[in-house]
Design a protein around this ligand. Structure first.
Ligand SMILES: [Zn+2]
Length: 430
């Protein structure tokens, strides 16, 4: 590009979106990359020593080459050196000009950094590295510079609700972490990824919250893990309401029926004629469904199964009764009564598969019935649990706790932080 072609120079400056710069030259190199030489038109900078605005020119920085946003599908590299200005303070220190489009020490323009961060939202680093022609290490370095690995407590006005959930980091490994999420107003936040949910770990984490914030916590939602419940009570005292996560409770009583189902099918396989047993195919899936969701075929399979195993029918009916109970709008007091009634029916029945669950129910009646008044559950961030699942699948085997925190944070807030300014609409008619 000729340096005297002012309209073209302006067009290029517009395309590159670099405020207070002047394009000195541009050419395409042999690899099809656009090399643009710039100069800064900004006057002066802030003295790094005293903070005064200084304008006395005293030389230049080294030449830099940094990656910028692609233009027409071609990688753009910016070449520039920045003015250095001298101050009158102290021994006359010089400061390299700070410009709004470039972070010192980065090898990219700010616009390109934001572009990469946006590309990492809901994606894998290797995928982005591949598409952009950068290394995974570069991307991880970028994440480390921009995305914190711990929550910014100061930015939270309150935290009414905290949820904790345990997930396996790697498939098939007993490598669990505990994810702590919070709700402030209607905003969901990722608060921590803990190495385990032992009492000491959880107490350590909850105590790291500023006291101001701890005092705003009203509800804690978790599964029925003693370590966590005791930690919560130790940190927040009696005023906190611990809510047993409904879905964890459901998992417990549904697993009880699954165990019985396995045992009963094994028994029937031995005692029934082969042809009859074969007709029970699909029973497992049918048993997991809600009664009103069954197809005719599945209903027939279950009817047959239940004629051979009345106990299993009894267990399934009790299970569905409990699910119905959880679906009803009850007060805490009503819920307690109904749960006791259910437990009494179980004890009177011939079904023993719920014995373990009855103990849990008895021990945690408070936490379980605490669910009812406001129907809190730690899946309050349905989206978040899904995001965690997707991140695990995406980043299989590549995650440590800090990176998991970063990625959750980026997935949750990335579009708010690095989203595009345009609204996806075509330009208005010219
Ligand atoms: Zn100074």
């Amino acid at each position: 590009m000729g340096t005297n072609n002012e309209p073209l120079r302006q067009a290029m400056a517009l395309l590159l979106e670099l405020p207070q710069t002047r394009i000195e030259a541009a050419f395409e190199d042999r690899d099809g990359q656009l090399i643009v030489t710039l100069s800064s038109t900004q006057e002066g900078t802030t003295c790094h020593r005293c903070g005064e605005w200084i304008t006395t020119r005293n030389g230049w920085s080294e030449w830099k080459t940094v990656r910028h946003l692609d233009l027409l599908g071609k990688p753009v590299y910016l070449r520039f050196r920045l003015p250095r200005d001298r101050c009158d303070c102290d021994d006359g220190p010089t400061t390299t000009q700070q410009v709004p489009w470039f972070n010192r020490r980065s090898r990219m323009s700010k616009a390109y950094e934001e572009h990469l961060l946006r590309a990492c939202i809901n994606s894998t680093l290797s995928d982005v590295a591949h598409k952009e022609g950068v290394s995974i290490e570069t991307l991880q370095g970028l994440l480390d510079r921009h995305i914190a690995t711990t929550p910014d407590w100061e930015a939270l006005p309150s935290l009414e609700f905290i949820g904790i959930d345990e997930i396996a980091l790697k498939k098939g490994h007993r490598d669990f972490v505990a994810i702590v999420t919070g709700q402030s107003g209607d905003q969901t936040h990722i608060l921590g990824v803990l190495e385990d949910r032992q009492k000491a770990t959880v107490i350590g984490f909850l105590s790291s919250m500023p006291k101001r914030l701890r005092q705003t916590v009203q509800v804690l939602c978790s599964d029925l893990y003693e370590g966590f419940i005791n930690a919560a009570k130790a940190v927040f005292g009696r005023r906190i309401r611990v809510v047993a996560d409904r879905f964890h409770v459901a998992k417990l009583y549904r697993e009880a029926v699954e165990t019985l189902r396995k045992r009963e099918l094994k028994r029937l396989q031995k005692t029934l004629p082969k042809a009859t047993y074969r007709q029970l195919k699909g029973a497992m899936w049918a048993l997991r469904k809600a009664p009103d969701a069954l197809t005719d075929e599945e209903a027939n399979v279950l009817a047959l199964l239940f004629t051979h195993s009345p106990r299993l029918r009894e267990a399934v009916d009790l299970r569905d009764e409990l699910t119905t109970l959880f679906n009803q709008p009850l007060t805490r007091k009503q819920a307690k009564l109904r749960l006791s009634g259910w437990a009494a029916r179980v004890r009177r029945s011939s079904v023993r598969c719920f014995d373990g669950f009855l103990k849990t129910l008895n021990l945690h009646k408070e936490e379980i019935s605490n669910y009812f008044p406001q129907r809190h559950n730690s899946g309050f961030v349905e989206g978040l649990n899904n995001k965690i699942k997707v991140i695990k699948r995406r980043c299989y085997g590549l995650l440590n706790r800090e990176h998991l925190f970063q990625r959750l944070y980026l997935d949750l807030f990335g579009y708010a932080l690095y989203g595009r300014r345009n609204n996806g609409l075509a330009p208005r008619a010219l």
